[in-house]
Design a protein around this ligand. Structure first.
Ligand SMILES: Cc1cc2nc3c(=O)[nH]c(=O)nc-3n(C[C@H](O)[C@H](O)[C@H](O)COP(=O)(O)OP(=O)(O)OC[C@H]3O[C@@H](n4cnc5c(N)ncnc54)[C@H](O)[C@@H]3O)c2cc1C
Length: 463
């Protein structure tokens, strides 16, 4: 008896619910489920933290697929055609990715498989609106967020409803057991175990995280999202990046029936942050050099400083500015950093230390669980002032003012900078100003805020 067999290629959609490619495969008949680690040869191969997350997420997906996920390493462009021959595959399905190198690879693979008579279809599994569908009247891409989101996205068709998990999974057990472990994603030194305590890396964990946020974070999202000690943000970013949950699920599940006007406002704000995610992907799609090149080329002549010692202090959370050090240590300890603090540490690196934004982006790429080429590149360019719709260059966050405003009681700082846990809130934001300072084992500020700000402003003005 001959069966209709499809290959479903999992990529940044490591889930069974709302997975259009998996649905398509299951509707046709038997499915060979495959994951391929094939980023080694690109300049954006995954960072250490991402690999750890991926390891856990693949283990969870494999469990949902009853141990039938085939995990391979190598070039997808040659591995997929081999599998097609070996398993007599008639159709290949995947959900689209938007990194330039993946688009290039997928386009070539699609046409070569089709030339061999294989049905190939790709689906939208990770964006609410396709970047090529949202254009200005003159058919060029938007460069400013608000019109992109309000006039382009919200005025277009609403995001599709999420799909349920396939009713039945008729999966092929691969001939050769190539398991998640064989991808060697975990580092030899176990630095990651403490980080994992903060996360439930599974498809169900993503749903629980969303539920928890809708019950306890959403009602104060608009104001609370700026305060790192508050539990007002969703912490869904790594789940969204790896596709343990889709933006469609987040978008529709957060639209509850019978919401008060007050809650509607909070929801509108939350959804607009998902809109920023769309905007980042949109920019990367239309301007594929975003990770490497200044969006505004006038920044190409900016006199960045090369200072490895300063960069290392920033990475280690030893700058002497408590809010910066708390953020950089949150990153070390949890693989995550609160958005407000990401903006403050990025501004400090770029504008007070005058170190190239790409150095900071690279460090985030290696250490964030949610490291995402679109969001990371667009956000760093935004803070630097060289991005699309970016913060103006003269907006230089003062870490002390920001700290007093957004962590007034010092709860966030005390948690991540235990050396300062005994300090009063009066001293905590700028410990060097107090006579207690020499009693604390904490570094002196590595740079003077006033003079470094002046230097940066002069350099920016010269552009
Ligand atoms: C310098 C810098 C680097 C960043 N690097 C990344 C990165 O590599 N990966 C990443 O996912 N985000 C990045 N961000 C954006 C933002 O900080 C995170 O998405 C957010 O902190 C994730 O926390 P959350 O899930 O609790 O967000 P919530 O506030 O709960 O927002 C919900 C979702 O909306 C999206 N979102 C929220 N804020 C933004 C934003 N400003 N830009 C784009 N999408 C957003 C995320 O997918 C997020 O999960 C960066 C921001 C800065 C300033």
């Amino acid at each position: 008896m001959s069966y209709y067999t499809s290959l479903v290629w999992f990529r940044q959609d490591l889930r069974t619910e709302d997975n259009p490619a998996l649905q398509a495969g299951c509707q046709k008949g038997r499915v060979l489920a495959v994951y391929i680690l094939d980023d080694e040869e690109t300049s954006w191969s995954m960072g250490g933290a991402s690999k750890v997350w991926l390891h856990r997420a693949l283990q969870d997906l494999d469990k949902s697929l009853h141990g039938n996920l085939l995990c391979l390493q190598g070039k997808a462009a040659s591995l997929i055609p081999e599998l097609v021959r070996q398993y007599k595959i008639k159709s290949v399905f995947w959900n689209r990715c938007y990194e330039p190198w993946r688009i290039h690879r997928d386009t070539q693979l699609k046409s070569s498989l089709r030339n061999q008579g294989v049905e190939v279809e790709s689906f939208n599994g990770s964006l609410l609106w396709e970047p090529w569908e949202v254009l200005k009247k003159d058919q060029t891409p938007y460069r400013v967020f608000t019109p992109f989101y309000r006039k382009g996205c919200l005025a277009a068709a609403a995001p599709r409803m999420p799909l349920p998990a396939p009713e039945s999974l008729n999966l092929i057990t691969p001939d050769k057991q190539e398991s998640v472990e064989q991808l060697n994603l975990l580092p030899k030194i176990n630095w990651y175990q403490p980080m994992l305590q903060h996360w439930d890396i599974s498809e169900q964990g993503a749903s629980r995280q969303l539920e928890h946020f809708l019950e306890s974070g959403l009602q104060n999202y608009k104001a609370g999202r700026d305060f790192p000690a508050m539990k007002s943000v969703s912490r869904l970013s790594p789940y969204l990046h790896f596709g343990l949950i889709s933006p469609h699920q987040v978008w529709h599940q957060s639209q509850m029936n019978g919401m008060s006007d007050q809650l509607e406002k909070q929801l509108d704000h939350f959804q607009s942050e998902l809109g920023w995610r769309e905007f980042s992907y949109y920019l990367l799609y239309h301007f594929p050099t975003l990770p490497e090149k200044n969006f505004q080329s006038k920044f190409d002549s900016f006199p960045w400083r090369k200072d490895d010692e300063a960069l290392q202090k920033w990475k280690n959370g030893q700058t002497g500015y408590p809010i910066i050090d708390a953020g950089m240590r949150e990153l070390w300890q949890t693989g995550y950093m609160h958005n407000r603090v990401r903006m403050i540490v990025a501004s400090f690196l770029i504008k007070n230390l005058m170190i190239d934004w790409r150095e900071g982006a690279q460090w985030f790429w290696d250490t964030l669980f949610d490291a995402d080429l679109a969001n990371n590149s667009a956000s760093w360019q935004w803070v630097a002032g060289c991005g699309a719709d970016a913060a103006p260059y003269f907006r230089i966050f003062n870490p002390v003012t920001q700290s007093k405003k957004f962590d007034p009681d010092g709860e966030y700082i005390r948690h991540f900078v235990p050396e300062l846990s005994g300090c009063s809130a009066r001293v905590l934001h700028a410990p060097w100003e107090s006579s207690e300072a020499n009693l604390i084992d904490y570094p002196q500020p590595m740079v003077d805020l006033k003079s470094s700000r002046k230097d940066a402003l002069e350099a920016f003005r010269d552009l």
